[in-house]
Design a protein around this ligand. Structure first.
Ligand code: ATP
Ligand code: MG
Length: 509
């Protein structure tokens, strides 16, 4: 006789010994599909941000976990998936390919090559979403990241591991500053990552060409999602770029990452959230749009020496409308970053390029990383410029100017001219020191108005050719002695006499 109870007990025992396999895959079916969003029922055990496998080999990202369904966004195959298609969970979250092989390449946010130079095989990857370094693992920002742009390196210095926002209206030279900074990292041992989010393909092509012809692609990777890419790709692009940056940072290297731009990133996220039927808040952005950017930017850090001392310097870009920096996304990102470079259309159109509004731009941590000599000689620069601007506004109403006021105005105008800088023309630290010393001395009174830029270019050439000894004598991390200062000014005077010819002072405004 067989005892049924025995069988039952035996079965129970056997079942209890069966070990759960590592990955639990579950299967569900699509009950809604539209605009790149799918709704799936029947999936169980899915985690937030899990990668889903849709029939036919498409990938989707699980974003909404509800009690009877899962909302996900499709990376591709929007028009191919159908009602009732099977969806499988994978047990993994999204990963980005990482490795040295990505330098010099243009990739999409999943690490696939877009430049036609063949598939990238690295065998390594990192999660796209990753926690920011802990407080105890962070070090002090103490090394400068030279942009090569005089107005920025002198007054708004950026340190390695800092997050500095570039903000301004459209067409004010935001991208130009970021690209110039990347070009200036040649030979500086900084790995650069340029993340393009939702830009026109034509703008991106221009940027890539610039980087390539400037020889910057050797140490740069471009992660791109253009305006016509699926919205979810635009959404993950900055996180993917950051994952790549982290790979280098945790090896102890210095990385510069540009997010161009986070306004378009927020717009992509808004589109996705609205389609997922999440509640809309201010300006129709979802409630977690602050977290969207804070969790991204917090991942940029300077690691402590114990953790290898690597760093990620982030230059997020935000576009404003009609200079309104108090809109939702600008205020959010301003409060997350360690300072901002504020660009103004008015300045840009009046020929002050880079169009940096010195009054509204700050760098909260970079000062301690600034080269000592530059810090010393640019201490008065902000104040001098502010005084000039105040006076210039006031003088629009009056005509009678005494000699002293006239001089202040003329000097201010020439100082402003000194800070104008053509695109792709990066100054070295020593060149900056020469320009800063000359522009804040009496020599500048002798330069004819409107000829300052020309004079500065010529002066630097002259110094390189005839007075290399003076350039060699400058120690960017030390003091500039009075004697050296005197010699530099004498050389500047020599060159002035040579260009002006008669050697007489021209003080016309
Ligand atoms: P968008 O809003 O379209 O992204 P943007 O703010 O990124 O624009 P850029 O594309 O960098 O602006 O620059 C706009 C134009 O201004 C470009 O044609 C660029 O060549 C020019 N430009 C930028 N900086 C300078 C400069 N310092 N000197 C001269 N021209 C400049
Ligand atoms: Mg741009």
């Amino acid at each position: 006789m067989i005892d049924l109870n025995d069988i039952g007990r035996g079965l129970k025992e056997k079942i209890s010994k069966v070990k759960e396999s590592g990955i639990q895959r579950s299967t569900g079916r699509i009950v809604y599909s539209g605009d790149g969003i799918i709704k799936i029922t029947g999936l169980s055990g899915v985690q937030y941000n899990e990668l889903l496998d849709v029939r036919g080999g498409y990938q989707a990202l699980a974003l909404n976990l509800e009690h009877d369904s899962v909302g996900a966004v499709l990376f591709s195959g929007e028009d191919k998936v159908r009602f009732g298609d099977y969806v499988y969970s994978t047990g993994t979250t999204l990963e980005m390919k990482v490795g040295e092989e990505l330098l010099g390449r243009i990739v999409d946010p999943l690490g696939n090559a877009l430049d036609g130079l063949g598939e990238i095989v690295t065998g390594k990857s990192r999660p796209v979403e990753y926690p920011a370094p802990a407080i105890m693992d962070r070090g002090k920002v103490n090394k400068p990241l030279q942009t090569g742009i005089l107005a920025i390196d002198s007054m708004i210095p950026i340190g390695r591991g800092q997050r500095e926002l570039i903000i301004g209206d459209r067409q004010t030279g935001k991208t130009a500053i970021a690209v110039d900074t990347i070009l200036n990292q040649k030979g500086e041992n900084v790995i650069c990552i340029y993340v393009s989010i939702g830009q026109k393909a034509s703008s991106l092509a221009k940027t890539v060409n610039t980087l390539r012809s400037g020889g910057a692609m050797e140490y740069t990777c471009v992660v791109c999602s253009t305006a016509d890419d699926a919205v979810p790709l635009q959404y993950i692009a900055p996180y993917s770029g950051c994952a790549l940056a982290e790979y280098f940072m945790y090896q102890g290297k210095d990385v510069l990452i540009v997010y161009d731009d986070l306004s378009k990133h927020a717009v992509a996220y808004r589109a996705m959230s609205l389609l997922l039927k999440r509640p809309a808040g201010r300006e129709a952005y979802p409630g977690d749009v602050f977290y969207l950017h804070s969790r991204l930017l917090e991942r940029s850090a300077k690691l402590s020496e114990a953790k290898g001392g690597g760093s990620i310097t982030a230059l997020p870009i935000v576009e404003t409308l009609a200079g309104d920096i108090s809109a939702y996304i600008p205020t959010n990102v301003i409060s997350i970053t360690d300072g901002q470079i504020y660009l103004e259309s008015e300045l840009f159109n009046s020929g002050v390029r880079p169009a940096v509004n010195v009054g509204l731009s700050v760098s909260r941590v970079g000062g301690s990383a600034q080269r000592k000599a530059i810090r010393k000689i640019s201490g008065q620069l902000r104040i001098n410029l502010a005084q000039y601007r105040e006076l210039a506004i006031f003088m629009q109403f009056g005509s009678d100017l005494d000699a002293e006021t006239q001089k202040t105005l003329s000097r201010g105008a020439k100082l402003t001219d000194t800070l104008k800088q053509r695109q792709y023309l990066n100054y070295s630290v020593k060149e900056m020191i020469v320009l800063l010393i000359v522009s804040q001395s009496e020599v500048i009174d002798g330069i004819p108005a409107k000829k300052v830029t020309e004079y500065n270019d010529g002066l630097l050439d002259y110094m390189r050719m005839n007075r290399q000894d003076l350039l060699d004598a400058i120690d960017p991390d030390g003091e500039i002695s009075e004697e050296l200062r005197g010699k530099i000014l004498a050389a500047a005077e020599d060159y002035l006499n040579y260009t002006v010819g008669d050697g007489e002072a021209h003080t016309d405004v």
